[in-house]
Design a protein around this ligand. Structure first.
Ligand code: A3P
Length: 272
């Protein structure tokens, strides 16, 4: 009735912007958007919808915390705010700058099989180029130089996680991070989101009723108060086929970087 309405209006008046309590720092093409959207299913979470690029861009950083705060969503005092900018993970400046803002901020990193991440990264650039009316280079031309794997190709380099993780761990203790398995998030989102809730010490709220598998999209979509929504069509794209010899080169190349990453974070992932 009216009383309920009034209390809702009063609650709305308490909405303000505050610095993020949680930051999704990467990785690019790891499933960062899916993670953000799935987090926003929780009533205690308010999310910034666009990538803010505050800590990786000198231009933005110079605008100061007041500007950064203005980029945050309106939130109730009891809500935690989250932003996601995958460019933070490889940024040399981001860890120190974030620590300076709040040494107890909670960091989410979503990783994915590095080989799949390469293909996803390529597909993203491919579509961006088409949009700009440029002709994309074939993947195999980018992956190989004189028959060997081209380590100078950005998409390959970006799938080497351990040097970045090492830099972050020089600034933040391991307990500040929760690492989300991006491959599991695709196949079994609820399982991963329960772990995220636990890490963030949120009341368990996300349930199987929040997800349904959309056969047309080939991915899970979200259900919230009876309303269904899938991620944008740019999420969950078809990847190009790659010759088995080249895939094998990629898998072999990532073995050592992957081992180093597992050692740094104290757990393993089910990567080829
Ligand atoms: P692909 O489009 O290559 O499959 P990011 O948001 O960091 O750019 O990551 C994009 C990736 O999120 C997609 O890469 C997709 O695999 C993954 N993803 C995870 N869960 C998803 C979901 N429910 N719907 C669509 N994409 C999802």
């Amino acid at each position: 009735g009216t009383e309920q309405n009034r209390s809702k209006i009063c609650r709305n008046r308490n909405f303000t912007r505050h610095l993020p309590d949680i930051i999704i720092i990467g990785v690019r093409k790891g499933g960062t958007r899916a993670l953000l959207e799935m987090l926003s299913l929780h009533d205690s979470i308010a999310t910034a919808q666009s990538e803010v690029h505050f800590f990786d861009s000198d231009d933005h950083y110079q605008r100061g915390l007041e500007w950064y705060t203005s980029q945050m969503p309106l939130a109730r005092p009891d809500q935690l705010t989250v932003e996601k900018t995958p460019a933070y993970f490889p940024s040399v400046d981001a860890p120190g700058r974030i620590f300076h803002m709040n040494p107890s901020v909670r960091l989410l990193l979503i990783v994915r099989d590095p080989v799949d991440r390469v293909l996803s990264d390529y597909t993203q650039v491919f579509h961006n180029q088409l949009q700009k009316h440029k002709i994309p280079q074939p993947l195999e031309d980018l992956l190989l130089r004189d028959g060997e794997l081209n380590l100078g190709y950005k998409a390959v380099n970006r799938s080497v996680y351990h040097p970045h993780m090492q830099r972050w761990l020089r600034v933040f203790p391991r307990e500040s991070f929760h690492i989300v398995d991006g491959d599991t998030l695709i196949r079994d989102p609820l399982k991963e989101m329960k772990k995220v809730e636990r890490f963030l010490r949120l009341e368990p709220q996300i349930t199987e009723d929040n997800f349904y598998f959309n056969r047309t999209k080939g991915f899970y979509c979200l259900k919230e108060e009876g309303h269904e929504r899938c991620l944008h069509e740019s999420k969950g794209r078809t990847h190009p086929n790659v010759a088995p010899e080249i895939l094998q080169k990629l898998c072999k190349y990532f073995q050592e970087p992957n081992r180093k990453f597992f050692e740094l974070v104290g757990r393993t992932f089910d990567w080829k």
